[in-house]
Design a protein around this ligand. Structure first.
Ligand SMILES: [Zn+2]
Length: 65
């Protein structure tokens, strides 16, 4: 199995919101982020960003009740 580099990993991280990743892709992501702090942080950042965007789209903000 070919090892993914950081470029492949960050691309997959944004693609996983638009499509379902294959088992192999998900596994490669897991293996890579286990060794790479840069991509781990990138993934967390993406997650926070996506959630904030989703909240905005729903028309709710956290400080509004
Ligand atoms: Zn990486």
């Amino acid at each position: 199995m070919k090892m993914m580099d950081c470029k492949d990993v960050t691309r997959l991280m944004s693609e996983r919101y638009e499509r379902t990743l294959s088992l192999r892709e998900r596994l490669s992501l897991k293996v890579h982020t286990a060794m790479c702090i840069g991509c781990t942080n990138y993934g967390r950042h993406m997650d926070v960003l996506r959630k904030a965007m989703a909240r905005l789209r729903e028309g709710k903000t956290s400080d509004e009740r």
